[in-house]
Design a protein around this ligand. Structure first.
Ligand SMILES: O=P(O)(O)OC[C@H]1O[C@H](O)[C@H](O)[C@@H](O)[C@@H]1O
Length: 472
């Protein structure tokens, strides 16, 4: 929804704007996001704003006047934003028979998860002629009584799938709370989120901008890289964290490497044409335009057909290990374990494992571990290793990182081999790659737990994300 901020800046002549959001996290985690006409502010800029606010607050306590130079004014920018989205759909579809209602004949289910995405149903889709009967959880309720509004959430996706199938709808849309992320369900009920959503957006964007670079976080599959390169694009893998992914795209584009799409597997997606803002509604607008375009060209296959040749990794797992230490020591402990992972690989102590400096793109060599000339400030330590053997070549990867929000470490791995994730985990444990196995300190971390907790083969699983397993 962050295009609303640009709309506010451009149409309503605002210079600065912001929103308060905890996204899908509990309401106790509310925070502020700020925007100017140039786009989203960086964390350093946000820090400066907070410092100024703190000074103002201190002045108020000291009874120094903090009156605003201009009185606040109430403006309705949601209507302007919704109109802006409708205009884009109308103009780009350019329907030969009914320009004003290009979505006539389409049934589209929205699942807003009781976040703020309900407006998309009545203020965008309905007004363009779509049938939105069967939409779910449209009224905002910060206690999220049905499920977490999150396109990564299994319940959110499966309820949307059921609604699409039982209504024979053309598309299902899942927004996160503040609509900076989205996922979709195709007319056959197939959920399209994570890698699949990146592939779908890549297919659309590469048709419009042949050869463009696409930046993603480094948890995407090897198959996604093939999908992008087979369509003539370049895939730049970068750090987890939507701001990192977007900033990398902005920097590449500024340096002359044309970059039109930046997407994280979490569903945050930003387009150059949309001011490099992560905007879940804008992503969906692009998908809807493509869906109507395909229909007008005589195809009944639906948008899922655009990614039918995206292979899925045989195994994909995300696990979390809590850092059980004094809260103030958690960050340092996590960094210690993650750096040890890097050292093990660099010292060649894990045969067949190689630190992944750059994914496959080579547009900016070394950026994944920032070994290049202009390293970015590191917000969270993370590394990715490619894993190969003589028989299969590269068959998987392991990504390990500090969580941004919580005192835990996220381990992601994928393999194209049956039992591959289990054997990569075994390497980590057998090689004693973890701090506490050398120093049996009850407050430190050991990676051995991953093996103990690992259960699935052949299954794609990220379910531990919101319910991490505690370990010592
Ligand atoms: O570190 P985690 O808890 O997995 O959270 C990581 C995620 O944090 C936020 O939700 C950001 O918006 C995402 O860009 C990031 O991927």
């Amino acid at each position: 929804m962050f295009h609303e901020h640009i709309v506010a800046s451009v149409c309503l002549s605002c210079f600065h704007n912001g929103s308060m959001t905890a996204s899908h996290l509990p309401y106790t985690r509310n925070g502020l996001k700020f925007f100017t006409r140039r786009g989203g502010l960086t964390s350093l800029e946000v820090e400066e704003i907070c410092n100024r606010a703190a000074r103002k607050f201190a002045n108020r306590l000291a009874k120094v006047s903090t009156m605003l130079p201009t009185p606040p004014e109430r403006v309705d920018f949601m209507s302007s934003y919704a109109k802006h989205l409708r205009d884009i759909i109308k103009e780009r579809v350019n329907h030969p028979l009914h320009y004003e209602t290009p979505l006539k004949g389409f049934q589209i289910i929205v699942n807003a998860g009781n976040g703020s995405g309900g407006f998309f149903t009545w203020d965008v889709l309905d007004k363009l002629g779509a049938d939105t009967f069967g939409s779910l959880h449209l009224n905002p309720d910060g206690m999220f009584p049905n499920h977490i509004p999150n396109p990564e959430d299994k319940t959110a996706m499966s309820l949307t799938r059921s609604a699409v199938l039982s209504n024979s709808a053309d598309l299902g849309i899942v927004f996160d709370t503040d609509v900076d992320r989205s996922g979709v369900v195709d007319k056959y009920g197939n959920p399209i989120n994570g890698d699949k959503l990146i592939a779908l957006m890549s297919a659309i964007v590469l048709r419009e901008h042949p050869g463009t670079t696409i930046v993603t976080d480094a948890r995407t599959s090897m198959a996604l890289t093939r999908f992008i390169t087979e369509r003539g694009g370049r895939h730049c893998l970068y750090r987890v964290g939507y701001r990192n992914v977007i900033d990398k795209g902005v920097q590449l584009d500024r340096d002359g490497v044309e970059t039109h799409l930046m997407m994280e597997t979490s569903g945050h997606g930003a387009l150059k044409e949309n001011h490099f803002l992560d905007d879940g509604a804008y992503m969906v607008v692009k998908i809807i335009i493509e869906m109507v375009r395909m229909k007008l060209e005589g195809s009944d296959e639906g948008i899922g057909s655009l990614i039918k040749d995206l292979e899925e990794p045989l195994e994909s797992v995300e696990l979390r290990m809590n850092v059980l230490s004094e809260p103030r020591e958690a960050k340092a402990k996590a960094i210690e374990a993650i750096e040890e992972f890097r050292n093990y690989i660099e010292d060649g102590r894990l045969p067949g494992w190689e630190l992944d400096f750059c994914g496959e793109c080579w547009v900016s060599e070394g950026c994944l571990v920032d070994s290049n000339d202009a390293p970015a400030a590191v917000d969270a330590h993370m590394y990715r290793a490619k894993v190969s053997d003589e028989e299969h070549g590269q068959h998987g990867w392991v990504h390990i990182r500090q969580s941004i929000h919580n005192p835990n470490i996220a381990v992601n791995m994928q393999s194209t081999l049956q039992g591959g994730c289990k054997s990569m985990t075994r390497v980590l444990t057998d090689r004693r790659c973890g701090t506490s196995l050398h120093k049996p300190d009850p407050t430190s971390i050991r990676l051995g737990w991953v093996f103990d907790q690992f259960s699935s083969t052949g299954a794609s699983s990220r379910e531990n994300k919101d319910n991490p397993i505690g370990v010592r």
